[in-house]
Write a protein that binds this ligand. Structure first.
Ligand SMILES: Cc1ncc(COP(=O)(O)O)c(C=O)c1O
Length: 476
């Protein structure tokens, strides 16, 4: 592609992007594509000759776009958001244009040094302790894996990296039964074995019961295991329950366990001083992760991982073949040694653009708006005659179900709610997802989309109510 053509196409795409973001609510939120309908439209063999950009772009709009679920729609209430913003998109355009691979300081000093500063900014904005040092990982899953690997190495005095597991190293890990699946995955990948993960019961608010944690650790010690690491959730995926860090931290200190905090979604709310109660006890933790790519207006992927002991992290991951050796006159960070992958994207740029564009105050205002919308919607559900809340609302995630009068069989309620959710999502007018809380099929509505307003929340609520009542009338 000639540079003059690139320029013309890029201008056209920017216009398309601005139009898309302006009218994203006009698209069906969940893609209506049938399974295999997209792949059938893509030739089985790659082209021999290069094609014109016009043909490519036409196929993007006719083949790809109908198969997209519109995560940036203000009517997207599913999972946790992956919200972005115009400044973040602009930064991603520059990142793609630079095409820098930022594994070492020398491979782009600006990327490394901006990352260091952005992690300091995030630490200040969230009120995390000054003793924490941050690094950007791709996802919370990777950060949690790094935490467990570092805990393993620190506990074994780096012997597992050197010689593999000795028979005496019967390590165990602990997380609540509401913890995210990435923890089980990390435990498996770290070679500890899935069965070494102890799931600790939760209380009525779905938060870990510290006494149960301690009981389980003691039992394991008696049976000759080596308790290694606990993972506390600051915002579980199901209902954003907040595990009590202080009590968990005290137990971990008593028994010398590494304490990692998975705040993948809810961590962004720590930029609000009134939400910092969630991290009471943070000084007792060893590592912490949250995702600006979920609720801080920053494009996927961007996960902020903080550790107290950087040396342990680097010692776990560093490896220095001849071809990566560099000679810097000063101390610099080589982030290739701070995690799993060698090659790294330049992710700090989008954080810089987002934080400078909105300012801390602008970001706080946006998050408070989401939390206020959720509180109002929570009240509508609480006062509704045929819907009920199934969990507390510490932030902006609502867990509820339709519960018509006279239907009390749990299986029947599960069936009705699964059907209701499917009907609502099929309209394309709103998108919500579900979880199970104490076995009950639970509809989740997360109000965290960058541009979500009260009109979108009310429209989704009207849709839920009318659909539910229509279905109830049709049920014999
Ligand atoms: C609590 C929690 N932890 C971890 C994750 C995994 O996040 P990621 O996709 O960044 O790996 C999620 C995803 O929603 C989550 O809710």
């Amino acid at each position: 592609m000639k540079n003059s053509d690139f320029r013309a196409h890029a201008h056209r795409l920017v216009d398309w992007m601005a139009d898309y973001l302006e009218h994203v609510d006009a698209y069906p939120v969940r893609s209506p594509a049938a399974p295999r309908s997209i792949i059938r439209q893509i030739p089985e063999l790659p082209p021999q000759e290069g094609e014109q950009f016009d043909a490519l772009f036409r196929d993007f709009t006719t083949i790809i776009l109908p198969g997209i679920t519109h995560w940036q729609s203000p009517a997207f209430f599913g999972y946790f958001p992956a919200n972005s913003s115009p400044p973040s998109v602009l930064a991603e355009m520059l990142t793609a244009t630079l095409g820098a691979q930022c594994m070492s300081w020398i491979t782009s000093p600006a990327a490394t040094e901006l990352e260091e500063r952005m992690m300091e900014w995030l630490r200040t904005m969230t009120g995390l302790p000054a003793s924490f040092t941050g690094v950007i990982q791709d996802t919370a899953s990777t950060a949690t894996l790094c935490a467990i690997l570092t805990a393993r190495e620190a506990a074994s005095r780096y012997a597992v990296n050197q010689m593999g597991f000795a028979p005496s190293m019967r390590f165990t890990c602990y997380a609540s039964c509401e913890a995210h699946s990435s923890i089980e995955k990390a435990v498996k990948i770290a070679g500890l074995g899935k069965e070494s993960l102890r799931t600790i019961p939760v209380d009525r608010t779905f938060a870990m019961i510290p006494e149960e944690l301690e009981k389980r650790i003691r039992e394991d010690l008696e049976r000759g295991y080596r308790p290694l690491c606990a993972i506390a959730a600051l915002g579980t995926t199901g209902s954003t329950a907040i595990d009590p860090l202080r009590s968990i931290g005290e137990i971990c200190r008593r028994h010398s366990l590494w304490l990692h905090v998975d705040a993948a979604y809810a961590g962004s709310a720590l930029i609000l001083p009134e939400k910092r109660w969630m991290m009471d006890g943070i000084e007792l933790t060893d590592s912490f992760v949250f995702n600006p790519h979920k609720w801080l207006l920053t494009n996927f992927d961007c996960s902020a991982y903080f550790v107290r002991d950087v040396e342990a992290l680097v010692r776990t991951f560093e490896i220095l073949p001849e071809y990566l050796k560099t000679s810097e006159p000063e101390r610099v960070n080589n982030y290739r040694d701070w995690g799993i992958q060698l090659g790294r994207r330049f992710r700090a740029l989008k954080l810089w653009f987002v934080i400078r564009s909105y300012g801390t105050l602008g970001l706080q205002e946006r998050l408070r708006h989401h939390i206020a919308l959720a509180a109002a919607q929570g009240e509508r559900i609480r006062t509704s005659s045929d819907f009920e809340l199934l969990a507390p609302i510490p932030l902006n995630t609502l867990c509820f179900r339709f519960h018509p009068a006279g239907v009390d069989d749990e299986e029947e309620l599960n069936r009705i709610n699964a059907e209701l959710l499917e009907h609502v999502n099929r309209t394309g007018k709103a998108f919500l997802t579900h979880t199970r809380l104490r076995g009950a099929f639970t509809i989740r509505m997360v109000i965290g989309q960058t541009e979500v307003q009260e009109t979108h929340v009310r429209a989704a609520w009207d849709l839920l109510q009318t659909t539910a009542r229509t279905l109830a009338r049709q049920t014999p």
